[in-house]
Design a protein around this ligand. Structure first.
Ligand code: SF4
Ligand code: SF4
Length: 258
């Protein structure tokens, strides 16, 4: 275990202003407790043989913007966060390679386009599961990964490396409150009121909704993550006047939203 290298990676991430970073050993995907979550072909050592550690980075999408979703504003913020994630994951991997440790970035979306997602609604690597196994959060009823700092309002990318880095423990405290707000809010009826993984999102229904919004340049939908009460970002953006928030949201949505 290379503790100094882990510290160097964390320092690099701080310089890049990445607020969430977690480390998971690739072997964790094979542990009996976690193995049922991810099919073998989708595990890190199958995607890139020789992987020993998965580094997961997370960038938040900001609550007041998510609350306008679906909207052109959230559409643009989502794009920006995704572009930054890909660049940051590339830079973390490049720094590891320069230090003599094989590493590759995995882009934030592994499916190419919404059309592909509609036909085959699974990416080749799941950052949500990587983030869970790197101790960054727990799954909610929405099937999203909920984090203490941002709830589900966070996007992830991963770096697969041959370096053996000290891991983070998996978070044991369940963050989901079972409020069922995500289910009530979902316009596609894609969510079920059970716990993950017993209860799964209807990915095709969700992707179909996303495809419709994409044609209007206001994807993704984001309603389930907008209403989730989990996350310290709620305190940061606590408004008090919900009527004012509603008016602001309607104003933004009148510019190309729903
Ligand atoms: S993104 Fe929208 S359609 Fe998909 S599960 Fe969430 S609320 Fe439902
Ligand atoms: S909205 Fe409520 S039920 Fe849904 S994931 Fe968040 S806390 Fe859990």
């Amino acid at each position: 275990m290379d503790a100094a290298l882990r510290e160097a990676v964390e320092a690099h991430c701080r310089r890049l202003e990445i607020p969430l970073v977690g480390f998971a050993p690739a072997s964790r995907w094979d542990e009996p407790r976690f193995a049922p979550l991810v099919p073998e072909a989708f595990r890190p050592a199958a995607v890139v043989p020789g992987t020993r550690t998965v580094i997961v980075i997370g960038l938040p999408v900001f609550l007041p913007v998510v609350e306008t979703a679906p909207s052109i504003w959230y559409h643009e913020l989502y794009r920006t966060a995704n572009e930054l994630l890909d660049q940051h994951a590339y830079r973390v991997a490049a720094a590891l390679n320069a230090a003599g440790h094989a590493a590759v970035p995995v882009p934030r979306d592994g499916y190419g386009s919404i059309r592909v997602l509609l036909e085959h609604p699974v990416a080749f690597f799941s950052h949500r599961h990587a983030a869970y196994l790197a101790g960054l959060g727990t799954f909610g009823v929405s099937n999203m990964l909920l984090t203490p700092a941002y709830g589900p309002r966070i996007r992830f990318a991963s770096v697969l490396t041959a370096a053996e880095l000290p891991p983070d423990p998996v978070l044991e405290k369940d963050l989901c409150t079972r409020c069922m707000c995500c289910i009530e809010e979902c316009p596609a009826g894609a969510l079920e009121p059970g716990d993950y993984p017993a209860s799964l999102t209807d990915k095709r229904a969700c992707a179909a909704r996303s495809a419709d919004l994409f044609r209007r340049h206001i994807s993704p939908c984001g309603r389930c993550i907008a209403v989730c009460p989990v996350g310290d970002d709620r305190y940061l953006f606590e408004e008090g006047d919900r009527d004012a928030v509603r008016r602001a949201r309607e104003h933004v949505r009148s510019y190309g939203g729903e």
